[in-house]
Design a protein around this ligand. Structure first.
Ligand code: NDP
Length: 539
């Protein structure tokens, strides 16, 4: 972007330049941080035109060339880590540690991972076809960048869910327009500045500050939408994208649960539960929000939780180690958190820690532990997205599994059991995108593994091979050699004898007995076959 136009989007010295603007305030202190000019509809269309014009050259640079530039961005991020952390803290109010490990740490890891692995994941494949009809032909499948990708992100991790998804989109050869949450545009703008410094060509990566209407308008202008946010907005994005049949990937809300069974290491389970419930003020899609604890260990486990939650320090962060739990970034979220706690208490839950809205200049909610909860309560059914943890007593593993699965959400889950084998067995019964055994949520950092939700928690995945291939369309090239006959037997004109011959040939090829596969062990498969034959013959 040229200097003058850049000024139109990014307000210098914190002052808005014409049009509407976003005023960013630190949620932990209420202090003014900066004003950012919003992009209007015409400006957004201009960004889209420029992004499209810049994309072919970026694609032609090749995945290796793009890796060099995004590798330079990784170095920039490392060298400017304090500036990045400060920017994240200034707009989210989170503790230094949350910004350091999860925003900066993820950004570094993702830049390193995608620059290394994109060449492998995007490699084209050459092969021969399985069906004899194609004998002699060669096939090539290749990943072609979609063109212009729109990334729409939430406020909870400005570097992870907003810029983080731009990395594989860029590595796949697309140009990208990022629409960050209006609450947290500064980290994204900083990444645009850094990208330009590191050689990302003009208009290949652009940021479009604005509110929900900007996100909605962006959906109409791009070739692929990567959306992270709430289920309600995700649905609106999918509906809008359906008008143009634009493909979308949706990473939506979660209500991650923890199962704790008799025989588990309760001390570790309690530490993990409290950390992954309260980290980032509970504003993580993969936060633990509900716990199902077996009745035999329920009292001991909840006592441990109570002690650990009560010991947490919350408030405005002022440097490393100053607080454990920071601010609530989105003011509207405070009402939801308060409503869920009040609803649970009204319906008979017991409070073992917390329950107060912070009475300070910033926005806070005291880390809160609810026990004796049940599924009539919102805190067990709806995403709270705050520093709360709700625990329910269950009779046994079956009850825990049934309750965990009784949810419209299906993002992640965690299991603490007697040993790893039992944990893995329980994990396989859970209807979620990822399960951690003797751990929680940390799978988000396993960039090799797909991360995404089932049910209403999302469509598609980030990370793993599909986490970058989704930013490309697949093209197949079939190459028939010159020596093929000019007229093949299946071509016109049809003749009865050739049709008969093809019929015999198909029988010969596919008429033999089905072979069994490892997934369908022979005895079981044979039983099914015998039963089907008996039914067919009317025995
Ligand atoms: P929202 O759904 O409110 O907003 C997400 C983004 O969409 C924001 O940039 C928002 O803009 C924008 N937006 C709002 N309306 C529209 C629209 N009609 N069309 C297109 N874009 C629109 O989510 P939050 O920001 O409140 O984030 C919290 C949610 O995100 C939680 O539900 C959480 O679980 C989920 N999340 C999911 C993750 C996952 O990986 N599955 C990870 C992190 C969060 P603006 O903010 O400016 O209004």
């Amino acid at each position: 972007m040229e200097g003058a136009e850049k000024q139109a989007l990014i307000a210098p010295n914190g002052k808005a330049v014409g049009g509407s603007s976003i005023e960013v305030r630190n949620p932990a202190t209420g202090a003014y941080v900066a004003s950012v000019a919003c992009v209007d509809d015409a400006g957004l269309e201009l960004l889209a035109q420029r992004g499209r014009a810049a994309q072919p050259a970026w694609s032609e640079l090749g995945v290796g060339g793009r890796a060099v530039i995004l590798g330079a961005l990784r170095r920039w991020l490392s060298e400017n880590s304090e500036r990045v952390i400060e920017t994240v803290i200034s707009e989210t109010g989170k503790p230094y540690e949350d910004a350091q490990l999860y925003d900066l740490g993820y950004g570094l890891a993702a830049l390193s991972f995608w620059t290394r692995n994109a060449p492998r994941y995007l490699q084209e494949q050459r092969f021969f076809a399985h069906t004899p009809l194609l004998a002699g032909r060669r096939l090539v499948t290749r990943y072609v960048p979609r063109g212009l990708v729109g990334v729409i992100g939430p406020w909870n991790y400005p570097l992870v869910n907003s810029f983080g998804d731009c990395i594989p989109a860029l590595m796949a050869g697309n140009s990208v327009i990022l629409k960050p949450s209006e609450l947290t545009p500064l980290t994204s703008l900083l990444m645009a500045e850094a990208g330009a410094e590191c050689g990302i060509p003009d208009a290949v990566f652009q940021v479009a500050p604005g509110g929900g209407e900007t996100g909605a308008a962006l959906v109409d202008l791009v070739d692929f939408v990567m959306f992270t946010g709430s289920i309600a907005t995700g649905r609106a994005v999918a509906l809008r994208a359906a008008q143009t049949l634009t493909p979308v990937s949706l990473e939506l809300g979660g209500k991650d649960a923890l199962i704790v069974l008799d025989g588990a290491d309760l001390e570790r389970a309690a530490n993990v539960a409290v950390f992954y419930a309260m980290m980032n003020s509970g504003a993580a899609c993969v936060s633990l929000e509900r716990v199902y604890a077996e009745s035999t260990i329920y009292s001991e486990f909840t006592a441990k939780l109570a002690e650990k939650v009560a010991a947490l320090r919350y408030g405005a962060p002022h440097g490393p180690g100053s607080v454990d739990v920071g601010a609530i970034t989105d003011e509207r979220q405070l009402d939801t958190i308060e409503a869920h706690v009040a609803d649970a208490l009204a319906k008979g839950a017991r409070l073992l820690a917390g329950d107060r809205r912070g009475e300070r200049s910033g926005r806070f909610f005291e880390p809160t532990l609810l026990v004796d909860t049940d599924h009539t309560m919102a805190c067990m059914n709806e995403e709270t997205f705050g520093p709360t943890l709700a625990v329910m007593r269950v009779a046994d593993e079956d009850a825990a599994v049934a309750l965990l699965n009784d949810s419209r959400y299906g993002l992640g889950a965690a299991v603490f059991a007697r040993d790893a084998a039992e944990g893995e067995r329980v994990a396989r019964r859970l209807a979620v995108g990822a399960v951690c055994v003797n751990d929680a949520a940390i799978n988000y950092f396993a960039l090799e593994a797909p991360m995404g939700g089932v049910k209403q928690s999302g469509l598609g995945v980030r990370h793993g091979p599909d986490g970058i291939r989704k930013f490309a369309s697949q093209q197949t090239i079939l190459i028939t050699p010159r020596w093929m006959p000019r007229r093949e037997p299946q071509m016109y004109a049809y003749s009865a004898w050739m049709t008969k011959l093809i019929g015999r040939w198909l029988k010969l090829l596919y008429g033999r007995r089905a072979s069994t596969t490892p997934e369908h062990p022979e005895p079981a498969a044979k039983r099914l076959l015998r039963a089907a034959r008996r039914r067919a013959s009317g025995d």
